[in-house]
Design a protein around this ligand. Structure first.
Ligand code: XMP
Length: 321
C-alpha cells in the first residue's frame, strides 16, 4: 500500500474512504481478515474501513488484557454495536498477569505485554480463525518512529520476528499508513465514529500497567483502576490533554478509622501538551486537588496519601513507566 503522506488539510475523507474500502475488498477477495480493536482512534478507524469493505468476513476482536480501565472492554463493544459492528471480547487476563508476574523493571514490563499480545494471544487467534489478512491501524508516525528506533510496538512483522506471510500465511493491511493523527481524526468523523472515539484522551498501549511502580498484580490494577475512574470523572471537563493516577510502591504511615495505617500512595498527574513530546502540569485549582484527595482516600481501599506531580516533561515523562 501507498506510503506517500496525505496531510490532514489535503484529505478528502469521503474519497479516501471509497478508495480504501475498494482496496481492502480487492486485496482480501473472498478470504477472511481479522482486526484487534482497542477502542483507540487508529484501530477504530481501521475497523470501520474493514467493516465497510468486508462486512462479516472481518472478525473484530478486543483483547482484554486485564489492564484496561473500568468497564472499557464492554464500552468499546457497545459503541461498535451501535455502529453495526460485532466485537468479540477475548479474555486473556490470566496470560497477561502470568507474563507480568515477578517483573519490576519498566522496560521488561512493556516487553512482557507486547510479547504476550503479539506472539501468544493474537498469534493464536489469527491461526485459529484461518484469517489470511490482518488489518492494522498503523499510521505514518508509527512507521517513522519504528524506522528511527524510537517505538517498535506497532511493527507486527518485527514483533513476531518472522515473515508472517511465510509462517502463518497472512498478510498485513495498513490502510491508514499515509495519515497522521489529525488526518485520522478527520477520517474517523467521516466514518461516523462518535466523539467519544475521535476525541478520546490518549491512553498508553501497556494500559494501567504503565501506572504501577513495581510488579503488576490484579490487586494493584484494581486499586489504580478505581483511582483512575475518580481522576477521570473529576477532571474530564477541565480540557487538559491527559490526566491519570499512579500507584506508588512505597508505603507511608497514615490514619484510617482513627488507627495507624501503613498505607498506599497515589500520585495524580494532569498534563497540558500539544503532541505529548513536551508537557507541563496543569495549574489545577486547589479545591479540585483537595476533592481528589478526599475522594481517593475514602473510596480506594488502603490509600492514605495523594500527591500531585508538579514536574514538567522533560525531565519527567507523562506515564510513570
Ligand atoms: P510518555 O510517558 O512517553 O508518554 O511521556 C507520551 C504519550 O504517549 C503515551 N504512551 C504510549 N502510547 N504506547 C502508546 O501507544 C505506549 O507504549 C505508550 N507509552 C506512553 C502516553 O500516554 C502519552 O500520551
Amino acid at each position: 500500500m501507498e506510503t506517500k503522506e496525505i496531510k490532514a488539510e489535503e484529505l478528502d475523507p469521503e474519497k479516501f474512504i471509497e478508495e480504501k474500502v475498494e482496496e481492502i475488498r480487492s486485496i482480501v477477495g473472498d478470504a477472511k481478515a481479522i482486526v484487534a480493536l482497542s477502542g483507540g482512534i487508529d484501530s477504530s478507524a481501521a475497523t470501520m474501513l474493514g467493516h465497510r469493505g468486508l462486512s462479516d468476513r472481518l472478525r473484530v476482536v478486543f483483547i482484554d488484557n486485564g489492564l484496561m480501565r473500568d468497564g472499557e472492554p464492554e464500552q468499546v463493544a457497545s459503541t461498535f454495536k451501535e455502529l453495526g459492528v460485532h466485537v468479540e471480547i477475548i479474555d486473556a487476563q490470566e496470560e497477561f498477569f502470568e507474563a507480568l508476574s515477578g517483573i519490576t523493571d519498566p522496560e521488561e514490563k512493556r516487553e512482557a505485554i507486547t510479547q504476550t499480545f503479539y506472539k501468544k494471544v493474537f498469534g493464536r487467534l489469527v491461526r485459529e480463525s484461518g484469517a489470511r489478512f490482518l488489518l492494522q491501524g498503523t499510521i505514518l508516525t508509527d512507521i517513522e518512529e519504528t524506522m528511527a528506533g524510537i517505538k517498535r510496538q506497532h511493527n507486527i512483522l518485527e514483533q513476531l520476528g518472522i515473515d508472517t506471510e511465510k509462517e502463518y500465511g497472512y498478510e498485513v493491511i495498513e490502510p491508514l499508513r499515509q495519515l497522521r493523527k489529525d488526518g485520522v481524526r478527520k477520517l474517523a468523523k467521516a466514518l461516523g465514529l462518535p466523539e467519544s472515539i475521535w476525541n478520546r484522551m490518549p491512553f498508553p498501549g501497556p494500559a494501567l500497567a504503565a501506572r504501577i511502580i513495581g510488579e503488576v498484580t490484579p490487586e494493584k490494577i484494581e486499586i489504580v483502576r478505581k483511582a483512575t475512574a475518580i481522576v477521570e470523572e473529576e477532571l474530564k471537563y477541565g480540557g487538559a490533554f491527559q490526566y491519570m493516577a499512579i500507584l506508588h510502591l512505597d508505603r507511608v504511615t497514615g490514619m484510617k478509622a482513627g488507627k495507624r495505617a501503613f498505607g498506599l500512595q497515589i500520585e495524580i498527574r494532569c498534563w497540558e501538551s500539544i503532541d505529548a513530546r513536551e508537557a507541563t502540569p496543569t495549574k489545577l485549582p486547589f479545591d479540585a486537588l483537595e476533592k481528589l484527595a478526599q475522594r481517593i482516600t475514602t473510596e480506594v481501599p488502603g490509600v492514605v496519601s495523594v500527591t500531585y506531580n508538579i514536574t514538567p516533561k522533560p525531565p519527567s515523562t507523562m506515564e510513570a513507566i
